[in-house]
Design a protein around this ligand. Structure first.
Ligand SMILES: NC(=O)c1ccc[n+]([C@@H]2O[C@H](COP(=O)([O-])OP(=O)(O)OC[C@H]3O[C@@H](n4cnc5c(N)ncnc54)[C@H](O)[C@@H]3O)[C@@H](O)[C@H]2O)c1
Length: 275
């Protein structure tokens, strides 16, 4: 039986991680936009990978369920890279919560059902989740464990409480890390692991929308003033992804890896601190 890598969100970060771990495996590239999946498939196929494509909308349960079944038919699903998402400049608060928060909960649930023993997954969260102020213990627990289909009904996520896209994104990404912690328990029963990576600004089409969008100045300031003094690249996320999906991370599950060039450190203790 072949081993299968599933890439959900065949964008820059998803592809970069997949390339690091998928030699000799089948790669299923899934995206909301079939054209994105096909573009990724062409590049990876030209580089020697065994690829196929699928269309998925992670905010629709039936669509995620179908993708999980398609993946399981290809072989043993031993790697899942969940890198689908929309950023604050790309979508409304409601869409961000539906895609980034609910969509991730669906992916973890549906793929947790088909995941093979010994498998691992990574979910791409964000540094944004680290800048959100502390939530109450009850709010943390609600984001971590509320059944997926009830998540978007939580009072803390209603339009009167979440009025802007950045706040929605921060909540969604904090929610991703919490959800992964809770799911790591269930995945462990199948001898599978799951972790989040919380990248800072990584130059991709999504980041370019942020850098040229309404919050562009703030993003450029983060790049200039963070300790590393540059943005990151998808390949650097690929390095952490490869670690977390591989045997060297056999003792790591339910964890979140912040890799942001020190933006969060500077936000709390340096030049990027809010005035
Ligand atoms: N680039 C950054 O600076 C950065 C930083 C932190 C976190 N992230 C996160 O990384 C992930 C990947 O982003 P990227 O930078 O590679 O961007 P990208 O735009 O290259 O890739 C994102 C992909 O997700 C797909 N997508 C969007 N909505 C979808 C849906 N409903 N169902 C399925 N696919 C959908 C898009 O079509 C796109 O191909 C996102 O979750 C993003 O929030 C990015």
């Amino acid at each position: 039986m072949s081993e299968v890598t599933v890439v959900i969100g065949a964008g820059s970060i998803g592809q970069a991680i997949a390339r690091r771990i998928s030699a000799g495996r089948k790669v299923l590239l899934a995206d909301l936009h079939q054209g994105n999946a096909e573009a990724a498939a062409e590049v990876m196929s030209d580089a020697g990978f065994d690829v196929s494509t699928a269309t998925v909308d992670v905010s629709q349960r039936a669509s995620v369920h179908q993708l999980a079944e398609t993946a399981a038919r290809l072989g043993d699903v031993t790697a899942v890279i969940h890198a689908a998402g929309v950023s604050p400049s790309q979508a409304s608060p409601a869409t961000i919560l539906a895609v980034d928060l609910y969509g991730t909960a669906l992916v973890l649930e549906e793929f947790g059902n088909v995941i093979a023993a010994g498998a691992a997954a990574v979910v791409i969260a964000s540094q944004s989740g680290h800048r959100l102020g502390a939530l109450s213990a009850a709010e943390d627990a609600a984001l971590a464990t509320t059944p997926a289909d009830e998540l978007l009904s939580l009072p803390m996520l209603q339009p009167d409480r979440v009025t802007d896209s950045l706040h929605a994104y921060q909540l969604a990404k904090r929610g991703n890390s919490l959800r992964v912690m809770a799911e790591a328990v269930r995945w462990g029963k199948k001898r599978a692991r799951v972790n989040t990576i919380s990248p800072g600004i990584i130059i991709t089409p999504l980041a370019k929308d942020e850098l040229t969008g309404p919050r562009g100045e703030g993003y450029r300031r983060m790049i200039e003033l963070c300790p590393v003094r540059r943005a990151g690249t998808p390949d650097e996320v690929g390095t952490i992804g490869a670690l977390l999906l591989g045997p060297d991370a056999a003792f790591i599950t339910g964890s979140d890896f912040l890799m942001d060039g020190g933006v969060t450190a500077s936000y709390f203790y340096g030049e990027l601190a809010p005035q």
